[in-house]
Each structure stands twice: as structure tokens, then as C-alpha cells.
Design a protein around this ligand. Sequence first.
Ligand code: NDP
Ligand SMILES: O=C(O)C1=N[C@H](C(=O)O)C[C@H](O)C1
Length: 255
Amino acid sequence: MTQRSSDEPIRVGVIGARGRMGAEVCRAVEAAQDMEVVATVDADDRLSALSDAAAEVVVDFTHPGVVMDNLRFCVDHGIHAVVGTSGFDADRLSTVSEWLRAKPDLGVLVAPNFALGAVLTMRFAELAARYYESVEVIELHHPRKADAPSGTAAHTARLISQAREAAGLAAMPDATTQEAPGARGTLVGDVRVHSLRIAGLIAHQEVVFGTEGETLTVRHDSLDRKSFMPGVLLAVRSVFDHPGLSVGLDKYLDL
Ligand SMILES: NC(=O)C1=CN([C@@H]2O[C@H](COP(=O)(O)OP(=O)(O)OC[C@H]3O[C@@H](n4cnc5c(N)ncnc54)[C@H](OP(=O)(O)O)[C@@H]3O)[C@@H](O)[C@H]2O)C=CC1
Ligand SMILES: O=C(O)C1=N[C@H](C(=O)O)C[C@H](O)C1
């Protein structure tokens, strides 16, 4: 049962609208019959354009440094939010949950990755985690990316680490005693994450598992930013039915 009763197109505001993802989102929303872009905001624009245009849902693809202010504005103004921007840690998520207490009907989705294959990769990795002694994550992105490790890699590593802990696994075998800074990546929980920035790439991730006599590699490649759009549109349609904070597009899927 959807909380949205209107048959009119969903009124969507886009923050970061002139960016790589934001521009793609504007095109995808305009091409969908059941939604329309009513406001676009980018750096130096006023967020009040969103409430002035009576946006029902805001899609945010901006920057980790500004996304919390944007979200605060949406929550304060009773606008549902679909957030793709990276940089969310446990503290930020609990802050958003706290804000939402005052708006029990409002939905906020923070999704590290909207590509279906990436969502499945995270789920597969979580399932495989308990069966392997070793696991490391390698993320590969375009060189204009501001943050490292990627939000997807951090989320994947957290899920794996939690699954390993729940299964009571021992520490991973690793004889390294001498290490050049960064050579073994960064730790998220007990999982090492390695970040590559390569011209020509978009967004890619490998999760490499190993145990005696075998390895398993789960890899996903976004070859075009269009790969994120079906997930973004699904989220815009579904956010009304998921009040509170949801983390990960899998929460809107039957996985
Ligand atoms: N969840 C997912 O599936 C995906 C998430 N992402 C994430 O989305 C974010 C954006 O990525 P991408 O589109 O490549 O980045 P871009 O830098 O291309 O776009 C970000 C846009 O936001 C603008 N911006 C900066 N500050 C503000 C502000 N205060 N208010 C409004 N707009 C602002 C930027 O303007 P200016 O350039 O002038 O600063 C820019 O136009 C990143 O965190 C990235 O990791 C990316 C792809 C998929
Ligand atoms: O900046 C990007 O491009 C991407 N960012 C997201 C992330 O940090 O995981 C999602 C995807 O990897 C593309």
C-alpha cells in the first residue's frame, strides 16, 4: 500500500544537477512518464528552490562535504530523499535517523550504489564471507572521484566484516611485518580495501575470497552512468513506502 495517493507525476528535485550523476538523473527522470524534474540545484544555488517548487522527492548526488546539510534541509521541509552521495559512516547515519524521529512518515534512502549488479555483488559477498579465510576488496574508479575508498567498497567491506564476526572467524592469515605506507590498503573492520584511480574507468569493484585450494572473485563493472538510473528511478517511486532511514537499495528489493 503506497503512502502516495496522487496519480500526478512524482515531483522530483535534483541536487548536484550539473554534475556527472545529477545530469544523468535529470535526463532519466524527464524520460520517465511517472515523474518530472521540478527543481534543479547545484553549487551556489539556494536549496529553497526545492521547497518553492513543492518537490516531493529529492535526489542528491553532490559531495560528502555538503550532503548532510542538503539532507537536513529535506528532512526539515518534509521532502523524501534518495541519496547517492558517498561519505556516510555510522555517525552520519545515526544523525539522520535522529532527525527522522520528528518526521515519522518521511523516507530517506542512502544507497552506496544504485547499479543492480553492484547491489547483488554486495549481497553475494556478504553470503560468501563466512566460508573463506581471506578476503580483500579492490575498487577501481575514474580519476575525478574525490573520495577513497569508494562508498560501495566501504559498505561491502563492512558487510563482510560483520558476517565474518557473526560466524566467529579467526583473523585472516597475513605474515606482513614490514609495510610501505598504503601497500596493504586501508582497513574497514577487518577487511582490507584497495583503491585504484584510472583514466578511462567509471566504477568497478572486485571482492577476492580465498581459502585452502580455491579462490572466489566477485566482480562488477559499471561501464556507463546509465547503469545507475534504473535503481535511482526505482528508489524515487519506492521511497514513499519506506518511512525512516534505509541504507542500501537492497532494502527496496526482494533480495
Ligand atoms: N550511489 C551511487 O550509485 C553513485 C554515487 N556516486 C556518488 O555521487 C557523488 C557525486 O558524484 P559525481 O556526479 O560523479 O560528482 P560531480 O562532481 O560530477 O557532481 C557533483 C555536483 O554537485 C555539485 N555540488 C557541490 N556542492 C554542492 C552543493 N552544496 N549543493 C548543490 N550542488 C553541489 C558540484 O558542483 P561543483 O562541481 O561546482 O563543486 C557538482 O556539479 C559522489 O559522492 C559519488 O561517489 C556516484 C555514482 C554512483
Ligand atoms: O564516484 C563515483 O563515480 C561512484 N561513487 C559511488 C561510490 O563511492 O561507491 C558509487 C560508484 O562506485 C560510483
